[in-house]
Design a protein around this ligand. Structure first.
Ligand SMILES: *[C@@H]1O[C@H](CO)[C@@H](O)[C@H](O)[C@H]1NC(C)=O
Ligand SMILES: *[C@@H]1O[C@H](CO)[C@@H](O)[C@H](O)[C@H]1NC(C)=O
Ligand SMILES: CC(=O)N[C@H]1CO[C@H](CO)[C@@H](O)[C@@H]1O
Length: 385
C-alpha cells in the first residue's frame, strides 16, 4: 500500500504542471473595478461599430474572418457583462450574413459567432445557423471510414489513411477546393469547438463524438514537443508545414475547444491536455518576450491575417477560465496573463478608446485591425481580472 502511494505521488510529480506566474511579466495585476472594465470594453466596441458596412454585415478594413470575430466579441461582451447593449446589432447582422451566403462559411468563424450569440441571447435562429454550417463543414471532415478507404467524397485525390502510423480521422480540410490537400489545426480546432458547444446546447451525442474525433486528430498529429499546436498536415502525402509556423490562434482555439469538450464529455484527459497547452502558450518565447506582452501580429500600417490571431488565444484562455472554476493556480495564471495584455494596451498602445495592434506601443490613430485585436482582451478581462 505504501509502495503504491509512493508510485502514485512520483507519477503525479512527473506530470504535474508548474502553473506559476513568471515574475518577469510586466504588471500582472489590475485594480480597476468591474463596472469600469465593462465600460472600457464597451467603449472599445463602440469605436469599432462605425466601421460596419450595413449592406454586407462586415467591417471596413478587416478580412471576412476577422469581421466574424467582431460579432463574436460583441456577443461575448453582453454575455460577460449581463447586458443586451449589442444584441440587435449582433442578431440582425448575423441573420443578414447568413441570408447572403448559404452556410457561411466553410471554416467556421461565423458559425462560432452565431453560437456565442445563441449563448448570450438564446436566439434559436443563431443556433440554426451554426448547425447549418456544422453540417456543411462535416463534409470536409475525414471520417474513420474515409481514412481507411483513402477517399473523401469532396476531394479528388487519394488521402493517406495514416500519417506516422496514426489514423487521419478527425482532420478537417482547410479549403473546400477539390484538389486542396491541406488539413490544418485552425479549421479542425474550429470544428472541434463548434461540435463541443453544439453538444452542450443540444445534448446530442453526435456532436460529442465529432468533437472527440477532431480533438484526437490535433492531439495525434499537430502538437510539437513543447506543447504548442502546429499548423498544417498534407493529407495526400503527410508532409507538414514548417516547425516554425507557430501561431497563437492554433493553440488558442484548441484550448477553447478542449475546455468545452472536457465538460461535455466528462473526461479529464481533455482538461489535462488543455492545461499543458495553455501553460506552454502563455510562456513560450515564440510570440512574447519575457515581459509576457504578445508581439505577434503587430502591424501598425496594414491589416494582415496575423493581426487577428492573438484575439483567438485570449478568447480561448477566457473559456478555460470559465470552465475551470476550482483550479486556482490555472485561474491565477490566466488572470495574470490577461492583465499583462490589458495593462500594456491601456498604458502603451491606447489613443483614447482605440488601440494599436502593437501592444507594446507606440499608440497610433484608429485602425480597424488594431481595434479588432484589442477587443477580446478588453472583454475577457471583465471576467478574468
Ligand atoms: C497592482 O497592485 C498594486 C498593489 O496593490 C497596485 O499598487 C497597482 O496599482 C496595481 N496595478 C494596476 C495596474 O492596477
Ligand atoms: C443529432 O445531430 C445530428 C447532426 O446534426 C442529426 O443528424 C441528428 O438528427 C440529431 N439527433 C437528434 C436526436 O436530434
Ligand atoms: C460542398 C459539398 O459538395 N459537400 C458534399 C461533400 O460530400 C458529402 C457526401 O457525399 C455531400 O453530401 C456534400 O454535399
Amino acid at each position: 500500500m505504501l509502495f503504491h502511494l509512493a508510485l502514485v505521488s512520483l507519477a503525479s510529480a512527473v506530470v504535474a504542471q508548474d502553473l506559476g506566474v513568471p515574475l518577469s511579466w510586466r504588471e500582472f495585476n489590475n485594480s480597476r473595478p468591474l463596472s469600469e472594465r465593462i465600460t472600457i470594453a464597451q467603449n472599445a466596441i463602440n469605436e469599432m461599430t462605425p466601421q460596419l458596412d450595413s449592406s454586407t454585415g462586415e467591417f471596413n478594413g478587416l478580412g471576412y474572418w476577422q469581421s466574424g470575430n467582431v460579432w463574436s466579441v460583441l456577443a461575448n461582451q453582453d454575455h460577460s457583462a449581463g447586458t443586451t447593449t449589442n444584441k440587435a446589432l449582433v442578431v440582425n447582422n448575423l441573420n443578414l450574413v447568413f441570408s447572403r451566403w448559404a452556410h457561411y462559411d466553410q471554416f467556421g468563424w461565423w458559425a462560432q459567432a452565431a453560437l456565442y450569440g445563441y449563448r448570450a441571447y438564446g436566439d434559436t435562429n443563431l443556433l440554426a445557423h451554426a448547425v447549418d454550417v456544422w453540417t456543411h463543414v462535416t463534409g470536409y471532415v475525414i471520417t474513420a471510414a474515409q481514412a481507411a478507404a483513402g477517399k473523401n467524397p469532396n476531394k479528388s485525390f487519394t488521402i493517406e489513411s495514416t500519417c506516422n502510423g496514426i489514423t487521419m480521422a478527425g482532420g478537417v480540410f482547410w479549403r473546400p477546393t477539390t484538389d486542396d490537400t491541406s488539413v490544418n489545426s485552425i479549421t479542425t480546432g474550429l470544428y472541434l469547438t463548434l461540435s463541443a458547444f453544439l453538444a452542450e446546447y443540444t445534448g446530442n451525442a453526435t456532436y460529442t463524438q465529432a468533437a472527440i474525433l477532431s480533438a484526437n486528430w490535433i492531439k495525434n498529429h499537430n502538437i510539437n514537443a513543447n506543447d504548442l499546436v502546429l499548423d498544417t498536415v498534407d493529407a495526400q502525402d503527410c508532409s507538414t508545414s514548417p516547425a516554425t509556423w507557430l501561431f497563437t490562434y492554433n493553440s488558442g482555439k484548441y484550448i477553447e475547444g478542449l475546455s468545452v469538450l472536457a465538460v461535455v464529455a466528462g473526461d479529464t484527459q481533455w482538461s489535462t491536455l488543455m492545461i499543458n497547452i495553455l501553460n506552454a502558450a502563455v510562456k513560450t518565447t515564440v510570440w512574447q518576450g519575457s515581459n509576457g506582452v504578445i508581439t505577434e501580429g503587430a502591424s501598425p500600417s496594414a491589416d494582415n491575417d496575423d493581426v487577428g490571431f492573438k484575439a483567438i488565444l485570449i478568447r480561448g484562455l477566457h473559456e478555460a477560465w470559465t470552465r475551470n472554476p476550482s483550479n486556482t493556480a490555472l485561474r491565477t495564471l490566466i488572470h495574470s496573463y490577461g492583465d499583462v495584455q490589458y495593462n500594456a494596451l491601456l498604458e502603451l498602445a491606447a489613443t483614447g478608446n482605440t488601440y494599436s495592434s502593437s501592444w507594446l506601443g507606440p499608440p497610433q490613430a484608429f485602425t480597424s485591425w488594431g481595434q479588432l485585436a484589442a477587443l477580446d482582451v478588453m472583454t475577457a478581462n471583465i471576467d478574468t481580472n
